[in-house]
Design a protein around this ligand. Structure first.
Ligand SMILES: Cc1cc2nc3c(=O)[nH]c(=O)nc-3n(C[C@H](O)[C@H](O)[C@H](O)COP(=O)(O)OP(=O)(O)OC[C@H]3O[C@@H](n4cnc5c(N)ncnc54)[C@H](O)[C@@H]3O)c2cc1C
Length: 381
């Protein structure tokens, strides 16, 4: 007979750390946080931390996650047709390498009483009164926060996202571009939907990368790097270090959030924004809800979690799926860029939809419509 825990969280990324913290805050006595790596560990990511992510951390009592990193006050977005909008962000973002950010969150979880252990989960057995991992670790409820290749998700019978709902991106570190600090996103007309980014860290370096949605053909590393170089001519490809690629399961295709005593959070639940590739806010939000449900009602964790998730993110996820469907036509995105340049409120709506839990509104749709009528005509090819 192995060990028995109240809650086991598989995966120590943002979703897992938030789940462990929330489980402890909801009264779970014994919380075990498992990861296949020791921390600090790297994770392929743009390292962009939106203000909304910090809101969730504050709710969980975590402060200081971005300490020592300069706020990024502005965002510059280049549309697929070349038009640009550059404005102050409603609230600043940060670029914090995941090696640092995730280690800070895991430290907060262990400070709150969770136990961290290096362990790679391979098998999951769901019994009436418990869930058993690898035949040795049992818990009343388990949170699967094990990322894009989730073992827990497979156990529940859900394959990875199909093409068009799955992206692949590569990131590296390069000397920051000259000019004032801002998040730079350059979307790409070829291979649409696709974009490159450059997020300055504040120490002279920037996180740079390129990603595109998969369409049934494999993407090579050389292709991703060619596209990165094409969209960021100011970045010397030879100066980019620590290159690393990873899949992004997009929120336009999500499995059920759990079953019985097993719940999924973050990338394991395909919670990545289809426009921006942002997943840290969703990971923290869903992880916090999953941990609380697992601690509060282990035998009904999945139904309680599904309800809480729907209440917090349901409308937003529906709106972002509709917006992603509209944005498949790149001239719609060009019209949105023009509208956001003309109108601060449209810009804010677009930012909230892409980085937080915002919704589409009539004003934004109307302004995009006007933009289309006044010159952003669909290309003929
Ligand atoms: C190139 C790229 C750029 C991105 N840029 C941004 C960005 O700028 N901003 C943003 O918000 N989001 C970005 N994202 C998305 C973001 O990285 C993810 O949404 C986020 O990491 C999800 O957090 P998570 O905790 O769900 O999963 P992860 O961060 O992937 O954590 C999962 C953890 O589970 C562990 N694990 C996996 N399998 C097992 C197992 N079997 N047993 C034990 N442990 C296991 C892993 O080691 C890992 O630590 C980007 C993604 C990519 C690929």
């Amino acid at each position: 007979m192995g060990e028995f825990w109240d809650v086991i969280v598989v995966g120590g990324g943002p979703a897992g750390a938030a789940a462990a913290l929330a489980a402890r805050r909801a009264g779970a006595g014994r919380v075990l946080l498992l990861d296949r790596y020791d921390f600090p560990r790297d994770k392929a990511c743009g390292d962009g931390i939106a203000a909304h992510a910090l809101d969730v951390l504050a709710e969980l009592g975590v402060r200081g996650a971005v300490d020592g990193y300069a706020p990024l006050p502005a965002l510059r977005l280049v549309g697929p047709g070349g038009g640009t909008v550059a404005r102050a962000l409603p609230r600043p973002a940060y670029t914090v390498p995941r090696r640092v950010f995730d280690a800070r969150l895991v430290a907060a979880a262990t400070a709150a009483g969770a136990e961290l252990r290096r362990h790679t989960v391979r098998t999951v057995e769901v019994c009436d009164d418990r869930v058993v991992l690898d035949g040795e670790l049992a818990a009343r409820a388990v949170v699967g926060a094990d990322g894009a290749g989730s073992v827990l998700r497979r156990t529940l019978g859900h394959p990875v996202n199909p093409d068009r709902h799955l992206a692949l991106a590569i990131r590296g570190y390069a000397p920051a571009l000259p000019g004032p600090p801002e998040q730079l996103i350059v979307t790409s007309s070829p291979r649409w939907p696709a974009y490159a980014w450059s997020f300055p860290i504040g120490d002279g370096r920037a996180n740079v990368g390129y990603g595109e949605v998969l369409r049934g053909e494999p993407l090579t590393r050389a292709h991703l790097l060619d596209r990165l170089a094409a969209l960021h001519p100011g970045t010397d490809p030879a100066a980019v270090t620590d290159l690393r690629a990873h899949h992004l399961p997009l929120s336009t295709h999500r499995p059920a959030p759990g079953r019985g005593r097993v719940v999924l959070a973050g990338d394991a639940l395909s919670l990545i924004n289809p426009f921006t590739g942002e997943g840290i806010f969703y990971a923290l939000r869903s992880g916090a809800l999953a941990g609380a449900a697992a601690a509060g009602a282990p035998d009904r964790a999945a139904s309680r979690y599904a309800h809480a998730l729907r209440r917090r993110l349901g409308t937003h996820l529906r709106h972002s799926s509709v917006a992603a469907w509209l944005a498949r036509r790149r001239w719609v995105v060009d019209a949105a860029v023009r509208a956001a340049r003309r109108d601060e409120r449209v810009y804010r709506t677009v930012v909230e939809l892409g980085l937080g839990d915002g919704r589409l509104d009539a004003r934004t749709l109307g302004m995009i419509g006007i933009g289309l009528a006044s010159g952003d005509t669909p290309p003929r090819h």
